[in-house]
Design a protein around this ligand. Structure first.
Ligand SMILES: [Zn+2]
Ligand SMILES: [Zn+2]
Length: 203
């Protein structure tokens, strides 16, 4: 599978940075856009710079109902009305949406932000993709670990600082709202990979 970051707080020209997150997951069976960033026009611009066609997107998974993750959805549906949209539900049961892609189910306490993440199966292990990690990256990873060994984790980690929870993960790509990028890089120099719009990961 291939992951391409299309929306992030960081970007080098020709891409445009903006507060928000979105990445495209391409597998044999589907092209899934995880989150949509904040603004349709920036999502469009970055996708066209990457030569990604919104008409090729099979499904959108929204991690949580925050504008910096859902803002591009309207534009996307206006150019491709066939997209299936998976929003967080009231269920905390992981759900397989394609043969190698499942959601974690909705995590987070009753009075906190409800958020889901993605768990993808690859030959090297599981790849976990997060939006903001409001329920705590360690909790998201604990859910993923029920299905096997986590090989890679990519996305927004928010204020995550329980660094033991990512020990042993081979590829760590903190994006978007991650507060402790530099600490993570210092602790895991081999696993740490720089995020940002246009970064591609073949896993
Ligand atoms: Zn958020
Ligand atoms: Zn966010």
């Amino acid at each position: 599978m291939k992951i391409t970051i299309v929306y992030d707080n960081e970007a080098a020209p020709p891409f445009k940075s903006d507060w928000g997150f979105s990445c495209l997951i391409e597998t044999k069976e589907a092209n899934v856009l995880f989150d949509t960033g904040a603004k349709g026009e920036i999502l469009l611009r970055n996708m066209s710079e990457l030569e990604l066609d919104p008409k090729d997107i099979t499904a959108v998974v929204l991690s949580h109902d925050h504008w910096d993750h859902t803002g591009g959805l309207e534009w996307l549906l206006s150019v491709n009305s066939n997209i299936i949209v998976y929003k967080p539900t009231f269920s905390n049961t992981p759900k397989k949406i394609f043969p190698t892609i499942m959601t974690t189910g909705t995590l987070g306490g009753r009075y906190s932000i409800q958020e889901q993440a993605l768990v993808c199966t690859t030959g090297s292990g599981l790849v976990v993709i997060t939006g903001c990690s409001h329920p705590g990256l360690e909790n998201i990873l604990n859910t993923a670990k029920r299905f096997g060994k986590v090989y890679a984790v990519l996305g927004g980690f928010h204020g995550f600082d329980k660094f033991d929870a990512i020990k042993g993960i081979s590829i760590i790509v903190p994006c978007h709202c991650t507060s402790h990028k530099r600490e993570i890089q210092a602790l895991f120099p081999d696993a740490y990979k720089e995020g940002g719009v246009g970064k591609k990961f073949e896993l």
